[in-house]
Write a new protein. Structure first.
Lengths: 224, 224
DNA sequence: TCAATAAATTAGCCTTACCTAAAAATATTT
DNA sequence: AAATATTTTTAGGTAAGGCTAATTTATTGA
């Protein structure tokens, strides 16, 4: 049976995406209010839309259990997230946008509909596993790798990690990164943590040791 | 004075684009009915929208003169056309879509908003001058080259031209093109036209002479 | 347990961008 | 110039997807 993914409206897609994300990072009940907060709109509007999504069999909704995506809804949500993250990689790597600019544009691009688009983009980009914020890109079949990213300051002494993103996108931080020659994919070895002020001694690209502050180490997202 | 290009709705952008195109290929009066035909909607709806566009100073409308774009409206229309054609190049060259698939996806992509997007895409693609249908890509400043494209059968004997697109996107035609090793940018020299059946003798990439039918020569778009 | 508070829902409105049907204005023919 | 046809415009309506305000239902905690 071919479960054709019918085209959703932009608004429906945003609801599915938000519901997916809310369901991810906590096993809590997903309420209309939570969705309204995430979408920056009104709970009353959410209730309307939830009815529509239930009718379309994209979600299940019982006051007791809150909102849950159906398999169909989850599939669509994951495809949107897949497209979002792939486009982010494209914008950063090919169009030279910066980390803090890609998200907003990807919010628009994720809604472009075409059956082959995600897979072709994926191939063109060389099947990236993570987006510029270090979040995993769902596979064509809708599987998503675990998120291993942490902040540099939590890496074990002696371990080498790879930069996947930043938590701070201020230009002063980004300029400092540039000065240290750190970008996405850069390998950093954590040499030692200094207990006194929690600063961290690292080696960038196996180069000479450098000391960075706790603030810095807290702002850099890495994969171990 | 910075004439900020305010964001238009998708619908407004489509009106501006259609009005631009209608104004291009004929010096005729652009009427609500003509616009309705082009957009596949109702003249009554068009009249509504024309009022809105007049209010926004994107068009001028007098029953006597019909609709005309203001400078502001023209600027926006050209930017949308620029994005459309750049995305078409991207889809064809980078994502390996075929000539007949790119238009529909570009119809969506042309509405992605970001101040730097068109220019960055342009640079990434190597500043292409024409899209896969042989239509000129407006420059960043909103200038558009003339359209020199014609069909192969109208090329002068002895002249060499370059393939810019196809008029027929049937798979039988596309397969035949593949067999003849003809793609976008391929150089073809028109050796001789046969009066009897209007077939045409050509040399592809300065290779051996081949004879193609009038139907074929009418279906291939080229630049002289 | 029962008030107090918070969340969910309903009811009624708004805007956008369409629609149809009818009326008004223009064009075209004869 | 009148009659006919065509366009344009007006009037009133619809579906999406928001909104506020009021009501109902749950939750909490005293």
């Amino acid at each position: 049976m071919t479960t054709a993914i019918h085209i959703q409206t932009l608004s429906e897609e945003n609801y599915l995406k938000v519901i997916y994300h809310l369901g991810k990072d906590a096993k809590v009940k997903i309420s209309p209010t939570a969705i309204a907060d995430a979408l920056n709109n009104n709970p009353a509007s959410v209730v309307d839309m939830l009815k529509k999504l239930v009718d379309k069999k994209l979600i299940q909704y019982e006051k007791s259990k809150g909102v849950r995506l159906t398999e169909k809804g989850k599939k669509i949500a994951l495809l949107i997230i897949r497209k979002h993250r792939l486009w982010e990689v494209f914008l950063l790597e090919k169009l030279e946008y910066s980390w803090d600019e890609v998200h907003e544009i990807a919010e628009q691009l994720e809604h472009i509909h075409n059956p082959q688009l995600a897979d072709r983009l994926d191939k063109f980009l060389g099947f990236p596993q993570y987006d510029p914020h270090g979040d995993p890109i769902p596979s064509a079949s809708g599987e998503m790798a675990d998120i291993y990213k942490t902040i540099l300051s939590e890496v074990t002494e002696g371990k080498t990690c790879q930069v996947v993103g930043v938590k701070d996108t201020s230009s002063s931080f980004l300029q400092y990164l540039k000065k240290l020659d750190i970008g996405i994919g850069t390998k950093i070895t954590l040499i030692e943590k200094i207990p006194f002020d929690n600063s961290v001694i690292v080696s960038v690209k196996n180069g000479p040791n450098t000391t960075v502050s706790k603030l810095f180490a807290d702002s850099l997202l890495v994969h171990e």
